[in-house]
Design a binder for this molecule. Structure first.
Ligand SMILES: [Zn+2]
Length: 420
């Protein structure tokens, strides 16, 4: 066995072991939960920092609790172009054990294999563990990756968590300097001369249905989230006949069906009503108000806008016929991210070499790679997960697939280092 092969084997074994360690770091006993600034998130960060350090990285735990570090291979020193590998280590509530953390641990494993095998390497190799991708605490997705790539938005400091405490207040309590945070974009750690590669479970069923362990994302879908409030008039369920009611629930139901029709009309469109609130929600009261959410995705922003226009026209038309008051607000919008062609080709080639074939696909889920793609060339490797399940305790990627993803990423990084 040559040196690279044995280093790959031992880094792979540690990768599997560490997935087990991270699964146990949770603020709940009954499920996995690591939310920004929670003790569990801090414990996870501390562990990751230790593993990064052990590979010989200079590590940083920054004010927002991102953990990152690099091994300086370049003869031009620490500021030379970096190859970044990573993902996020926070989770949603009631989460699975692979979303995000797999990409971080694969980054560390790749670094270990390169160091231990003494493979010639000329770029600085960096691993990024983002503190907050899911946005559970402040409802701000990509907080960690935005900060490290110089895209932090000052307005986020005023975002409140469920207890009314703002991000700014959290940072002050943690004795962080707000000025330092606001000036971080002047010399961000992730720069245009760098490149970024992320491994992430697919969070969908395509790879599994195609019988493949790994595949390549070519782009990340554009997203749009809106909030709808339909107001009628609450009343006694027993006394008011249909013709005199202003019941928003049947009307909202028509709108929900319109969302579903749109989703079924085109394979590229995802449209979902995931939240619906009936007020006052009592069995003997005609509802006075209904609030619901619409989440829409499409591989490109143009297509998303067209689909969204079509849907809002339909919703307005339904509302008009009903004589109810309609409130419609877009609350979140993210453009699609086109991933870098050369990095996608490189990942594709490694998939073919190690799996016998590759598969290109778009990601309907948002990722840190979306943020980083705005700053530097970005590529993403997708890993099969059982039943396409994610954001769920039964989320599962097999050891074999995790190891295949690690080897695919290692091969890609070595190839890119040689060719750039
Ligand atoms: Zn994720």
């Amino acid at each position: 066995m040559d040196l690279l092969e044995s280093a790959t084997q031992s880094a792979g074994a540690r990768l599997i072991e560490r997935l087990g360690v991270m699964r146990r770091i949770s603020q709940r006993n009954d499920w996995i939960e690591r939310i920004l600034f929670s003790p569990a998130a801090e414990e996870a960060a501390y562990k990751l920092k230790g593993w990064m350090k052990a590979t010989g990285m200079d590590t940083i735990y920054d004010p927002l609790t991102n953990v990152y570090g690099q091994i300086v291979f370049s003869t031009e020193g620490p500021d030379a172009p970096r190859i970044h590998l990573g993902s996020h280590y926070d989770t949603v509530v009631n989460a699975g054990a692979f979303d995000g953390i797999l990409g971080v641990l694969i980054g560390i494993a790749v670094a270990e294999a390169i160091v231990e095998s003494k493979e010639p390497f000329s770029h600085n190799l960096s691993v990024l563990a983002f503190c907050d991708e899911e946005g559970v605490r402040f409802n701000t997705t990509f907080l960690g990756s935005a900060y490290l790539s110089g895209q932090f938005d000052e307005a986020w400091l005023h975002k409140e968590d469920e207890f009314g405490k703002t991000l700014g207040e959290w940072l002050v309590d943690r004795a962080e300097s707000i000025d330092t945070i606001l000036s971080a974009h002047e010399s961000p750690y992730v720069r245009p001369q760098d490149l970024y590669l992320e491994t992430h479970i697919e969070q969908g069923p395509i790879l599994e249905s195609s019988n493949k362990g790994v595949g390549v994302f070519t782009r990340i879908a554009a997203q749009l989230r809106s909030e709808i409030i339909l107001t009628g008039c609450a009343g006694h369920a027993g006394t008011i006949p249909a013709r005199l009611r202003k019941d928003p629930l049947p009307v909202a139901s028509e709108m929900v069906l319109a969302v579903n029709d749109l989703c079924r009309s085109d394979e590229r469109i995802r449209a979902t009503v995931g939240q619906l609130e009936v007020i006052p929600n009592a069995s003997n009261v005609i509802p006075g108000q209904v609030k619901f959410s619409i989440d829409m995705r499409h591989p490109d922003m143009e297509g998303l806008k067209l689909a969204h226009d079509k849907l809002t026209k339909k919703i307005e038309w339904i509302a008009k016929r009903s004589n109810l008051e309609l409130g419609y607000k877009v609350v979140h919008q993210a453009s699609d991210a086109r991933l870098d062609d050369k990095l996608t080709d490189a990942l594709d080639e490694s998939c073919e070499a190690l799996q016998g074939s590759s598969m290109r696909m778009f990601s309907g889920a948002g990722h840190d790679g979306m943020k980083l793609a705005q700053v530097c060339p970005t590529g993403m490797l997708a890993v099969r997960c059982k039943d396409g399940l994610s954001h769920h305790p039964d989320e599962f990627a097999s050891n074999a697939d995790c190891l295949l993803a690690f080897k695919t990423m290692l091969r890609t990084v070595l190839m890119i280092d040689k060719n750039r």
